[in-house]
Write a protein that binds this ligand. Structure first.
Ligand SMILES: Nc1ncnc2c1ncn2[C@@H]1O[C@H](COP(=O)(O)OP(=O)(O)OP(=O)(O)O)[C@@H](O)[C@H]1O
Ligand SMILES: [Mg+2]
Length: 541
């Protein structure tokens, strides 16, 4: 494809300064068939000459008036940053061998040329590596595609102020993935019960939305750390040792003779909680003095209080059928033959924040272990979507987050090798674990208004974006600066609206305050739901 289209020429290079060039423009727009391309911040430019082609992005446009004898003329200066060059096949490659020379012609690049450079219109198989998510924001710059393997291969962060369109962007990406790839595996940790709506309608067949009151995380899948963290965080060294030995012996009981030696306290094997508590009671009764009985009484009290706490009922949902690890993952990942599901939405909205933190930590670890024990990482790569990640993997190291942080950070660091990817979604990038953020290879930055958040993200953006990084606070809903591995030529992208949308929390105050509450509105109903914790009543309508 011709990257030096006569009609798209707009000026000549007049200064070369390392990786920055200045172009003296004759005009700031070029007509390209039906569309008009503008030389605006973010547009792509090819500086072509004897040295070859150099691909740049515009970082600044300057128009100044200069007095020349009697008349006043306009000087149009366009500053660009070099992002790469072309290889022997005329495809984009990072880095340059030869810099352009002064006097070299500068051409704007249209959408087709940009996508050709990226190799998006190659053969069918190559094409499959990319999927379309929206349009580049610059006029005439064409459709925007993401590279699937790079997007998920090295984790992705989606950040933006509340209401900037994060959930919609995630839903759009997931829907595009469903459209383009027949068998993806995405697991959503849905904090606000938003995604059920996004995967209704034509996506319903392919998705599995698990209500929070059906959500299950059997206690026998917990490793020792997690078990203690949930049931008895105050346990001392001796008590931990005792609990470890007891669980281990109970787990060994549940497996065949040949496997007994191999089962440890962390093995996800069923054991009975009644038996566990019974054994502690027996041990207590054997003690002779009250002081020696005391630690066992405390232990029993703690265990029983968690057992009876309705907020933790998900730990024993599957006690009666002693759910096995394979049954659990077959369901969670939608692997039942004949009824395959590709999107799992775990509604965690009903869980109190501290319980949710533990659940996310444990589920992340379980998914990691699942991938670890699957010997080929390409068998079933999984992407986990962590919504509102600042609520459970914050930067601060309060001990209540440490379990979750440790587990998610481990996946951030090692998940890639095992085909487990994270999509971290947050409105407070300045408040989220730096370890996780720094492992992300792609950043989708929606509107960000807070200074601290902007600075944290700005430090992660490449210099070549120039003035584009200043627009973070004025991006539109669903518009993002996309940089990193999945978007070889970084820039602003307007994401398509998902269809259907996630349940948006944009409340229409005016509607309610004009019409008043709906007929039959009863405070009583709210109180009842509050007490019985039946938030899902609206679904039954
Ligand atoms: N691509 C888009 N084009 C146009 N409007 C959009 C787009 N994406 C989102 N919006 C609008 O922006 C609003 C907020 O979207 P969304 O709920 O996704 O934001 P959010 O960043 O997830 O907010 P929160 O942090 O509160 O969860 C919605 O009303 C939605 O219609
Ligand atoms: Mg949201």
């Amino acid at each position: 494809m011709d990257l030096r289209k006569e009609s798209l020429g707009f000026g000549k290079v007049n200064c070369v300064d390392g990786s920055k060039l200045t172009i003296k423009a004759e005009s700031l727009k070029s007509i390209d068939g039906e569309t008009t391309l503008h030389a605006e911040v973010g547009s792509f430019v090819n500086c072509g000459g004897f040295h070859g082609d150099t691909i740049c992005t515009i970082t600044r446009v300057l128009i100044e008036e200069v007095e020349r004898r009697e008349s006043i003329i306009e000087n149009k200066i366009v500053e660009v940053a070099i992002v790469g060059s072309t290889d022997a096949n005329n495809r984009f490659t990072r880095g340059v061998n030869k810099l352009p020379t002064v006097g070299c012609d500068a051409y704007l690049l249209n959408g087709d040329q940009v996508n050709f450079l990226l190799g998006i219109n190659l053969n069918e198989r190559e094409k499959k590596k990319y999927f379309k998510v929206g349009q580049r924001s610059m006029k005439g710059a064409g459709d925007a595609y993401l590279h699937l393997d790079k997007l998920l291969g090295r984790h992705t962060a989606i950040v933006g102020t509340t209401g900037s369109g994060k959930s919609s962007t995630v839903a759009r990406i997931a829907q595009s993935i469903l459209e383009n790839y027949p068998q993806p595996r995405l697991v959503f940790f849905d904090i606000h019960n938003e995604y059920r709506n996004a995967f209704s309608g034509k996506w319903k067949e392919k998705s599995n939305c698990i209500d929070w009151d059906k959500f299950s995380l059997p206690y026998w899948f917990l490793d020792l750390d997690e078990f203690i963290n949930i049931y008895y965080p105050e346990a001392g060294g001796t008590q931990k040792m005792y609990i470890k030995e007891l669980i281990e012996s109970l787990k060994k009981k549940g497996v065949a003779e040949a496997e007994k030696d191999k089962v440890s306290v962390d093995s996800p094997v069923f054991f009975s909680m009644e038996e566990f508590l019974g054994d502690i009671e027996k041990k207590r009764d054997k003690e002779t003095s009250e002081t020696k009985k005391d630690p066992f009484n405390k232990m029993l009290l703690k265990f029983q209080s968690i057992q009876n706490d309705t907020r933790f009922s998900f730990l024993k949902t599957d006690v009666s059928n002693k759910k096995s690890l394979s049954a659990y993952f077959t369901f969670l990942l939608g692997l039942e033959s004949g009824k395959q599901k590709y999107i799992s939405v775990l509604d965690l909205s009903g869980l109190p924040a501290e319980v949710r933190t533990i659940c996310v930590g444990v589920l992340t670890r379980l998914c990691f272990d699942y991938r670890y024990w699957d010997m080929d990482p390409e068998n079933l790569p999984i992407a986990l979507i962590l919504e509102e990640a600042h609520t459970y993997i914050p930067e601060d190291s309060a001990s209540k987050y440490s379990l979750c942080l440790e587990r998610v950070e481990k996946v951030a660091k090692e998940g890639r090798k095992y085909g487990l990817s994270l999509i971290v979604v947050t409105q407070r990038p300045s408040n989220i674990s730096s370890t996780v953020l720094s492992q992300c290879g792609t950043f989708i930055t929606l509107r960000l208004t807070n200074d601290m958040d902007q600075n944290k993200i700005r430090r992660l953006l490449p210099d070549t974006l120039g003035d584009q990084a200043d627009v973070l606070s004025s991006l539109r809903d669903g518009e993002a600066l996309v940089t990193g591995d999945a978007m070889t030529l970084p820039g602003k992208v307007q994401f398509d609206l998902p269809e259907p949308k996630p349940k948006s929390n944009d409340v229409r105050f005016h509607k309610s305050w004009v019409d008043g509450p709906p007929p039959g509105y009863k405070v009583d109903d709210i109180a009842k739901r509050w007490i019985t914790r039946e938030r899902n009543l609206e679904k039954k309508e």
